[in-house]
Design a protein around this ligand. Structure first.
Ligand code: KIV
Length: 294
């Protein structure tokens, strides 16, 4: 099996997307399309589909590693996923998600982790969650080290326990002000872009009016500059429907189960493999082989 990307499946006319390219898209009013990916095949799908930004999200802890939340995933586990995605991508901007516990302790820890994502993972930017004083300081330190940072406010799954669970944020005046403050702090810290997750559309709209960097929404309505969805949610490679904001564009898990079931039936009934799936050998060679065996 070859893992070399087939050139005919890549649009050679597309230029790689940069952080400044994302800013220009906002200026021109072009919607920014972001999707998560966690391995080589999902990266190839994102490349061929022509998305602008690929995030190796720590959601991979749940979608591909089977953890109950994003909390346990480690930097080393994330880097395995990031490197696989890097090998499959040419054009979209590649952003790596710093996992919980890998940036909070100090600016030095944050910069060291971000450097690993760039040097070992080939990321062009990193993302971190939260816009409180700690996250804003870490974002500033990473930006100062020369690495572009995407911020993330609203529902931040790494600290969902502190937010009262996986629920929309910004639904009271205080909570909405907090999202606004955090977005402003991250922008001021130098983030090139922000994610707003699970925030009422009207609140997102008010904050957008005060935000100059591109904002990617997930559950923040149509007011943001772009949208992101988790690969496995949008393609239905999961059990259950997921969050309210998920729109499912395919039911691939059902298609995958049906495919493996059909294969299992063929193996059990003897319908697979057929001659066209098998290798032949020259009759003379076979005769000599039999002789040699006996
Ligand atoms: O980890 C992730 O996939 C994310 C996106 C939902 C923004 O953070």
């Amino acid at each position: 099996m070859s893992t070399r990307p087939d050139p005919s499946t890549t649009d050679a006319t597309r230029r790689p997307v940069s952080v400044t390219g994302v800013a220009r898209m906002k200026e021109r009013g072009e919607r920014i399309v972001m999707v998560t990916a966690y391995d080589f095949p999902s990266a190839r799908v994102a490349e061929r589909a022509g998305v602008d930004v690929v995030l190796v999200g720590d959601s991979g802890a749940m979608t591909v590693l089977g953890y109950d939340s994003t909390v346990p995933v480690t930097v080393d586990e994330m880097l395995v996923l990031v490197r696989a995605v890097r090998r499959g991508l040419q054009t979209p901007l590649l952003v790596g998600d710093l996992p919980f516990g890998s940036y909070e302790l100090s600016d030095e820890q944050a910069v060291a982790t971000a450097l690993r994502f760039v040097k070992e993972g080939g990321c062009e930017a990193v993302k971190l969650e939260g816009g409180g004083p700690t996250s804003a300081a870490r974002a500033r330190a990473i930006v100062a080290a020369g690495i572009p940072v995407m911020g993330h406010v609203g529902l931040t799954p790494q600290t969902a326990n502190a937010l009262g669970g996986y629920r929309a944020q910004g639904r009271t005046v205080d909570a909405a002000l907090r999202v606004a403050r955090e977005a402003a702090a991250l922008q001021e810290a130098g983030c090139f872009s922000l994610v707003f997750e699970a925030v009422p559309t009207a609140v997102a709209g008010e904050i957008m009016a005060r935000t100059t960097v591109p904002v990617i929404g997930i559950g923040a309505g149509e007011v943001t500059d772009g949208q992101v969805l988790v690969f496995h949610d949008l393609l239905g490679i999961r059990d259950g429907q997921g969050a309210r904001f998920v729109k499912r564009y395919a039911d691939l898990q059902d298609a995958m189960v049906a495919g493996v079931q059909a294969y299992a039936e063929d193996v059990r009934s003897g319908d697979y493999p057929q001659a066209e799936h098998s290798y032949a050998i020259d009759g003379q060679v076979l005769a000599e082989f039999r002789n040699a065996l006996s």
